[in-house]
Design a protein around this ligand. Structure first.
Ligand SMILES: Nc1nc2c(ncn2[C@@H]2O[C@H](COP(=O)(O)OP(=O)(O)OP(=O)(O)O)[C@@H](O)[C@H]2O)c(=O)[nH]1
Ligand SMILES: [Mg+2]
Length: 227
């Protein structure tokens, strides 16, 4: 062979920044979730419902929401007085760690229990990018088809929680819930699965319980380290 082959890890620079964000969040005991779904699965609707519930639990949080072009999601959450930063990625199909670092500038993380990232609607690219989160959340809806975990396994492999939204539509759509759950289990047997409806509110309490416990566990671990 008379030519050189250079193999670059295109994710290395991103991982570097993600590592620094993770260190920063470890120091303040701030938990970060990264919600990933296809467009329209209901991420913003979920935050519109869950945001006020977290506030009632006295959880201080900031939402970073990603969209290619508009500020529509931030406007929706701002209407509810939820603290939100909008990222516009242009044609970018995901949020990377550098964008999260920029978004968190000016946020007092010592006073923030939780950073919530609503990623750009896309089941593929965001799953590949570490943004320094504690947990990726695979978010899908009954309107998309039960085979999505089979077709996009990386997200389900990488996630700590799966949320199946729009269960209120189960009686109208051809969505085989058992088939979907079985495939999620096959991909990641330890993955917790929550079935919710942002329309009726079903299952949302289960999410709040889960996240409150995750936040508490991280704060306990931080205390253990700093003692
Ligand atoms: N029936 C029903 N509709 C829902 C539910 N959750 C969201 N929707 C509807 O689904 C549509 C998309 O919801 P969004 O919250 O904008 O979805 P999203 O995932 O944030 O979309 P992008 O940010 O564009 O990726 C809206 O018309 C919502 O009203 C649900 O649980 N049940
Ligand atoms: Mg949205």
């Amino acid at each position: 062979m008379s030519f050189k082959v250079i193999k670059a890890n295109v994710l290395a620079a991103n991982d570097d920044v993600a590592g620094k964000i993770r260190e920063m969040l470890a120091k303040t005991g701030t938990y970060m979730i990264n919600i990933i779904s296809s467009p329209g699965a209901g991420k913003t609707s979920f935050l519109e419902k869950v945001g006020p519930m977290l506030r009632r639990e006295k959880i201080s949080f900031i939402i970073v929401t990603g969209d290619c072009f508009t500020s529509r999601d931030a406007e929706r959450m701002d209407k509810l007085k939820l603290p939100v930063v909008q990222i516009n990625t242009g044609n970018g199909c995901h949020i990377d760690a550098g964008l999260i670092k920029k978004s968190l500038k000016g946020t007092d993380l010592k006073k923030t229990d939780l950073v919530i990232v609503e990623n750009v609607g896309n089941l593929i690219c965001p799953a590949e990018f570490d943004v320094g989160e504690d947990a990726k959340i695979a978010f899908l809806s009954t309107a998309e088809g039960a085979d999505k975990p089979l077709k996009y396994p990386l997200l389900f492999r990488e996630s700590k929680l799966a949320v199946i939204n729009k269960v209120d539509l189960l009686k109208y759509v051809d969505f085989n819930l058992l088939f979907c759950v079985k495939n999620i289990n096959n991909i990641n047997s330890g993955l917790k699965i929550l079935k919710v409806s942002c329309k009726t509110g079903e299952g949302l309490g289960g999410f709040v319980k889960w996240i409150v416990s995750e936040i508490r566990n991280k704060k306990t671990r931080k205390k253990g380290v700093s003692r």
